[in-house]
Design a protein around this ligand. Structure first.
Ligand SMILES: [Zn+2]
Length: 149
């Protein structure tokens, strides 16, 4: 059972990360090829290993880990730099400006919530993100065959 959840979660992590990078690419550049890092604003290819789906608050539980409002496209350097306070503050500011103060507060509460996520929840989320990725691809036509998705 644990193995199945782990396997499923790995799949969820993959589709969730791609969805976040595509969503933020559209929001920051208007296309799905390049995306700007939420923290340093550097432009990175969506399919590059240097572009991550970075958490503002590190997920202790799966609900905060897969909370879309807690996760934004971030370059590898900014994502790995958890020590620099101003970088975290930029991400927090972005969340507050984009979704409001209440959402920032909710995410911080959720961070402490220890309720478990079920395999049915994970399956639903995988299905949902796949659909949303497909919708984005259908809307923003892919450039060439070497898009890497
Ligand atoms: Zn960055």
């Amino acid at each position: 059972m644990i193995d199945t959840i782990r396997k499923k979660e790995k799949k969820l992590r993959k589709v969730f990360s791609l969805y976040i990078r595509l969503r933020d690419a559209i929001a920051t550049t208007g296309n799905i090829t390049y995306c700007r890092c939420v923290t340093c604003k550097r432009s990175v290819r969506v399919t590059s290993w240097e572009l991550h789906a970075g958490h503002c608050f590190q997920g202790k539980n799966l609900w905060s880990k897969y909370n879309e409002q807690n996760v934004h496209a971030q370059c590898m350097q900014c994502n790995y730099d958890t020590e620099t306070q101003w970088k975290k503050e930029i991400h927090m500011d972005y969340i507050e400006k984009t979704y409001g103060k209440n959402v920032l507060h909710d995410i911080q509460n959720q961070y402490n919530n220890i309720s478990e996520i079920s395999i049915a929840d994970i399956n639903d989320m995988i299905h949902d993100y796949k659909q949303r990725i497909q919708n984005i691809k259908d809307t923003y036509l892919l450039p060439a065959k070497d898009d890497g998705f």
